[in-house]
Structure formats: structure tokens, C-alpha cells
Design a protein around this ligand. Sequence first.
Ligand SMILES: NC(=O)c1ccc[n+]([C@@H]2O[C@H](COP(=O)([O-])OP(=O)(O)OC[C@H]3O[C@@H](n4cnc5c(N)ncnc54)[C@H](O)[C@@H]3O)[C@@H](O)[C@H]2O)c1
Length: 255
Amino acid sequence: MGKLEGKVALITGAGSGIGAATARLMAKEGAKIAITGVPAEGVYAVAKELTDAGHNAMGIPTDVSKADQVETAVAQTVEQFGSLDILVPNAGIQMHNEDANLHTLPEDVWDHTHDINYRGVYLTTKYGLAQMVKQNTGGAVVIVASITALTGSSRNVAYMSGKHGLIGLSRHIAVHYAEHRIRCNSVCPGALERTPNHDQHPDPHGRDNRLRESIPLGRVGVPEDIAPMVTFLATPDASYATGANFVVDGGLTVT
Ligand SMILES: NC(=O)c1ccc[n+]([C@@H]2O[C@H](COP(=O)([O-])OP(=O)(O)OC[C@H]3O[C@@H](n4cnc5c(N)ncnc54)[C@H](O)[C@@H]3O)[C@@H](O)[C@H]2O)c1
């Protein structure tokens, strides 16, 4: 029997990358999965892949920056699968052309990044937690942040500051919702390849070559390196873990 048998998970940004890899792993552990995110094609493709393999999954195209869409996604998940036990706010963007100077960064770049990466996680947890509290059966929230949440950087200030915010949000949820037996942890992935975001980088191979030299494990990660940690934190094996942040980066941040 899988470790998530009978559980229902909602994952945002699950049409690709870490979200899709996590959906595959959680489905193997027996969870029923709501695959949410944009674009709709990616979301439906992952849901179809899982249902074709005999798992319980449903695609719900959802823009995490839109409150009504997030609220509807939670409602549809509960209507279809009967509960919501695991929430994985994972959707995120990184605008590679982000101006390095805060004082010249266009406000719309700041707003767009925060709308998805920060407000999107706020909305996902807001509506997801409302359901979990109502159910009164406990739950697990695993927020996908980034190693950029842990250090300062002279670049990507909108992305980095939003990811820092997620750590605070995660800690708040852990403390405030413990009385409801809801655990919340965050995962900080290091640099990954084989994601659409990576492919949009102006020089993905140059970036990977530079990174490889600084990563003690000697390779850039892939979504399948992150999904096991996210999945573990949702299982009963992690029942004493809450309010913590789990770094999965090949050792990059300790060098
Ligand atoms: N790839 C990396 O190097 C890396 C490193 C650290 C952290 N992360 C974080 O991991 C998470 C997953 O990213 P990934 O690496 O799997 O890349 P990805 O681009 O494959 O995944 C992000 C997903 O979010 C979706 N998305 C974008 N805007 C959305 C919106 N408004 N509403 C709903 N979904 C939306 C994208 O379409 C995509 O499916 C992100 O939060 C990212 O910041 C990635």
C-alpha cells in the first residue's frame, strides 16, 4: 500500500517540471491528484498521463494569481475526490530579463513576479487551508521556494524577495495551524535543468557549465531530484516535521 493511499493532493504548476514530477510520485504512493496550473494543455496532458496509468487524477487549469480560479480549483478537487489533504503551492516564474537594479526594475515586472510567486502561494494556501480546517482531518502543506530564499544576491530581486517571503509564510502556517494538525514545510530546490523555465534562460548551457563547477555533487539537478523530498514531507513519515525548510541543491549553498 502506498504511503499516501486515500489522500487527495492539489499541486499548482503541475503541468511541468517539479509539479509534474511530484504528481507522478504522489500518484504512485496512492494519492488522488488535482493537477492545476497554466497552460491548460500541460495540465491536461499530465492528468491524462496519470489516468492512463490507472491513477486518480484530474486537470484543472488555474492561474494562481486569480483568487476566483484558485477557490474554484479547491472546490472542484473536493467535489471530485471528497477531500483535500495535501497542498503543494509550487507554481512559479522567473523572468530572466529581470533588471539587476531595483531602482530601474519596471514595476510591472515586480508586480507580475510577485502576483504568481508570492500572492499565488498566499491564495493557494488561503483557500486550501480553509478546506483543511473545515474538514478537521489534519493535512500537509509543502511550499516550493528556492535556494534564492536563503541568501542575498545582486540579481533577480523580484524573484528572490518573493521566495524569501515564502519561507515566512510557511513558518506562519506551521505555527498557526499546528492546532489543526496541519503541518507546513518548504523545499528549496537548487539550480535545475529540464524545465520550461530553464529552457527560457538566454544561455542555459553556459549557465549549467558554470554552475556544475560550484555544485559539490557535480551536476545540475532535475525535477525528479526535488519531487521525492516534496512527496516525503506529505507522508506520515514526516509527521514530526513542520516549520522547516529542506534544501535540495547538490550542496550548492554550503560551498
Ligand atoms: N528550475 C529551477 O532551477 C528552480 C530552482 C529553484 C526553485 N524553483 C521553483 O520551483 C517551482 C517549479 O518550477 P520548475 O522548476 O518546475 O519550472 P516549471 O516552469 O516547469 O514549473 C512552473 C510551472 O508553473 C506554471 N505557471 C506559471 N505561471 C502560472 C500561474 N500564473 N498559475 C499557475 N501556474 C503557473 C508554469 O506553466 C509551469 O508549469 C517554481 O516555484 C520555481 O520558482 C525552480
